[in-house]
Design a protein around this ligand. Structure first.
Ligand code: MN
Length: 228
């Protein structure tokens, strides 16, 4: 072991459903505007333009039951998403081989400081300030492909305090999971431990302290997170 001059940062991990083993996270890629109805609600053309991605930091992930309302914002939005976890990677991965690299799936949230993101968009600035903050990616346990296959259709839903806010279907994704993996691998070297957040259906909106968000992705599971 090297003689570290400071304590090395901990490896970020995701729990695995029904197992004591954990999944170590390397990078977190997030796609923008991947459901047409959400692109429209954000004021964009839903036609199939090339996908675009931003990143969160691995240690923005949390697996707790609470989400700490962040500073410097008064408009934090929920975005329920299917999460993809890779067991291998590479470059220039063909679409028809992309799913071979998937270890499993989870339900997650791309929590967003929408006011800060909107300002960044207006000023042509990067999105990190709106997207890559502490606890901005609550995630449920991973489920292995061996158990759940490759979910490509089915309900994606989020309720806040029992009221349905977001509803969509995995089959409404503009860019499908294999296409996202292939596209990312043309620009980055993907590797085991990479996580992809696959975009959110329509209905994003603000939360306040005390709200209880219940996320559901058909075939993958549920995630309940309280805003504190
Ligand atoms: Mn998102």
């Amino acid at each position: 072991m090297p003689d570290y001059v400071i304590s090395p940062p901990p490896v970020v991990t995701l729990p695995i459903d029904g197992s004591d083993a954990v999944f170590p996270v390397r990078r977190v890629y997030c796609i923008g505007r991947n459901y047409a109805a959400h692109a429209i609600e954000m004021g964009h053309d839903p036609n199939r333009e090339p996908p675009f991605f931003f990143q969160k930091n691995p240690n923005n992930l949390t697996t707790g039951e609470s989400f700490r309302y962040p500073d410097q914002t008064s408009d934090v939005h929920h975005e329920v998403e299917l999460i993809v976890a890779l067991k291998s990677g590479g470059t220039n991965i063909p679409v028809d081989q992309a799913l071979d690299h998937v270890w499993g799936y989870a339900v997650g949230l791309d929590m967003t400081r929408r006011d800060l993101q909107s300002t960044a968009k207006e000023m042509g600035r990067p999105w990190e300030i709106g997207k890559a903050f502490e606890e901005s990616a609550p995630m449920g346990p991973l489920r292995a492909v061996a158990d759940v296959g490759h979910p490509a259709a089915g309900l994606v839903q989020l309720t806040v305090n029992g009221v349905v806010k977001q509803t969509g279907d995995l089959n409404q994704m503009i860019w499908k999971v294999p296409e996202m993996i292939a596209y990312l691998s043309d620009y980055f070297e993907l590797a085991a431990g990479d996580v992809i957040m696959t975009g959110t259906p329509a209905g994003v909106g603000p939360v306040v302290r005390g709200d209880v968000m219940v996320c559901h992705v058909a075939g993958v599971g549920d995630l309940t997170v309280t805003v504190v």
